[in-house]
Every structure is written in structure tokens, then in C-alpha cells.
Design a protein around this ligand. Structure first.
Ligand SMILES: [Zn+2]
Length: 176
């Protein structure tokens, strides 16, 4: 998923314990002495690491696997996988760096975006719903005169009230 929620974004950007770190080798048994414990750290190391190490790991799909499994970003893993279809050597290195940096920036933006929508934009969403959604969110019937409630639209006040009570009864504290 391209757009991660805040929880996922902070998970992807977290620092992992050293036993889950990415250890850079140039071939089997040839450890470079470098390792990365986060996506940002990984990006920094990729910039400087011996090209042999990049080619070794890339060929074994190790970057992709680490990003997918340990870091937990399938979207980025897929992008990293795509790069190697067209690039190699230093171009591959640059493209990996750039792709990861862009993803980090995107995830950081997700973290700083306010989750509570300002009132004005919420109103415009309601208006957009009025235009585009033609069916009642509760009974599914076609709507002639829409009744709006927090981004939902209903055919009648009765449906709106039933919808609210059906959502609120099991978990009274859940915000709609
Ligand atoms: Zn209805």
C-alpha cells in the first residue's frame, strides 16, 4: 500500500534491533563491517558501500526481502525490485538511494499530517458526497433528499438515527 497510516509509517521508519539489522557482505562469508538498523541508516550505507556489496545483495534479492519482511514496507520492496530490471552498477546504487529517500520523505510527511480534518474541508466532503453518493448509507435505497452526517449520507432522518445508534450501541466510545 502506497499510503501508510501513521502507525505503519512510524513502524517502517523505526530502528530495528541489531539482530534484525541488514549486514552488508560482498560475497558469502565476506562481511564489510557495515550494517544498517533502519531505513534511513540503510540509505546512508548504500551511498558509501562497495559496489560489489550492492551487486551481491541485489542479485540475491536481499534488499527487497529485508525491506519487505523486517522493515515491513511491501510497497517500497516492490519498487526496489523494479529498479534492477533496467539499471546496474552505480546507476542502480543511485536509484536505490533515491527511491528510499523519496519513500522516507513520504512516510515522514504522513507522520506530520494532522489526522483531524479542519471543519471547512469536512464540510466540502459532505457536499461532495451529496453530489456523488446516491444511495443511503444505512438502507441502501436511492436518495431524493439527502440527510448528511459526518461524511455519510442517508435517505431520511430515521435512517441517519438508526445508523448512529447501530454504530454507537456496541462501542459507545467509538467516534464515527
Ligand atoms: Zn435509508
Amino acid at each position: 500500500m502506497r499510503i501508510a497510516d501513521k502507525e505503519t509509517a512510524s513502524k517502517i521508519l523505526r530502528e530495528v534491533p541489531s539482530n534484525n539489522a541488514f549486514y552488508f557482505f560482498t560475497s558469502i562469508g565476506q562481511y564489510t563491517g557495515e550494517y544498517a538498523t533502519s531505513l534511513e541508516d540503510f540509505c546512508r550505507k548504500i551511498r558509501q558501500i562497495d559496489l560489489k556489496s550492492i551487486e551481491f545483495h541485489y542479485g540475491r534479492e536481499d534488499f527487497e526481502k529485508w525491506i519487505r519482511t523486517t522493515v515491513g514496507d511491501a510497497y517500497l520492496a516492490d519498487k526496489i525490485k523494479e529498479i534492477g530490471k533496467t539499471l546496474e552498477g552505480d546507476q542502480l546504487r543511485s536509484a536505490i538511494c533515491q527511491t528510499i529517500e523519496e519513500r522516507i520523505a513520504e512516510l515522514k510527511k504522513t507522520l506530520t499530517t494532522k489526522s483531524v480534518m479542519p471543519k471547512r474541508s469536512r464540510k466540502s466532503i459532505e457536499l461532495a458526497d451529496e453530489t456523488h453518493i446516491k444511495r443511503c448509507s444505512f438502507c441502501g435505497n436511492k436518495i431524493n433528499t439527502p440527510t448528511l452526517y459526518k461524511g455519510y449520507v442517508f435517505c431520511s432522518t430515521k435512517c441517519k438515527d438508526s445508523f448512529i445508534s447501530s454504530r454507537e450501541k456496541p462501542k459507545p466510545k467509538t467516534a464515527i
